[in-house]
Design a protein around this ligand. Structure first.
Ligand code: DX5
Ligand code: ZN
Length: 219
């Protein structure tokens, strides 16, 4: 499988959202990464269901939705109905993670688990076969444009060992501070999906940036 690029819509121009969604459609990006924040789990509020509905209306690629909210079980059905393909919840926000994962799958979506920078990958050993995607936060969740945390490489290596040991096909996604400076090294360590927000949307030619990031990740 080739390594995938998921531009984070959080960094888009919300006054020109359709334009930016169509840019991602045209580009070599693989997925749309959608960040939902509640102002409780993280100290920021992004956007909610009406905006997601309009993104989905125009998007032609996989919707990878990252929930940074407390008690995500309450909204699993809603996000399924809105058209999400992958629904990622935070380990730190789930008391009964195994139950949450089954709930996500029962609504026809792939189930993802995100880990904050301080959360050990070893906490997922006993549930890894039930997880389609682990999102390793390489910044503290809540904001785009932060600097990449270097310890992430070590976490990828450790997580990859767990996935291989358990003979699972779980994908490893990296979220936060991804640029052309670290993309290749992340993939070499074992990353399958790279989320990139500011690096894509702050560049002069966004489509070209996605193309070169994808080429770098697959070099
Ligand atoms: C942060 C979000 C990220 C964010 C990444 O909480 O989960 O998806 O949009 O943005 P950059 O690529 O700018 O670090
Ligand atoms: Zn995210």
């Amino acid at each position: 499988m080739s390594q995938l690029i998921a531009p984070s819509v959080l960094a888009a121009d919300f006054a020109n959202l359709q334009r930016d969604v169509e840019m991602i459609n045209r580009s070599e990006a693989d997925w749309f990464h959608i960040d939902i924040m509640d102002g409780v789990f993280v100290p920021n509020i992004s956007f909610g269901m009406p905006v997601l509905r309009d993104i989905v209306k125009h998007a032609t690629k996989t919707i990878d939705c990252h929930l940074m909210i407390v008690d995500p079980d309450r909204y699993v059905e809603t996000f399924a109905k809105l058209g999400c393909h992958i629904l990622t919840v935070h380990y730190e926000a789930c008391i009964h993670l195994h139950r949450t994962l089954q709930l996500i799958k029962s609504h026809g979506m792939k189930a993802g688990v995100a880990l904050n920078p301080h959360t050990s990958v070893h906490l997922l050993t006993d549930v890894i076969q039930d997880i389609d995607l682990v999102c390793l936060m390489s910044v503290n969740p809540g904001f785009g444009g932060q600097s990449f945390i270097e310890n992430t490489y070590d976490k990828i290596t450790q997580l990859k060992k767990i996935i291989d040991y358990k003979k699972s096909d779980t994908l490893i996604e990296i979220d936060g501070g991804v640029t052309d400076n670290n993309a290749k090294q992340l993939v070499d360590a074992g990353a399958d999906v790279l989320v990139a927000g500011s690096y894509v949307f702050k560049s002069a030619d966004q489509e070209a940036t996605i193309k070169s990031l994808r080429a770098l990740a697959n070099s």
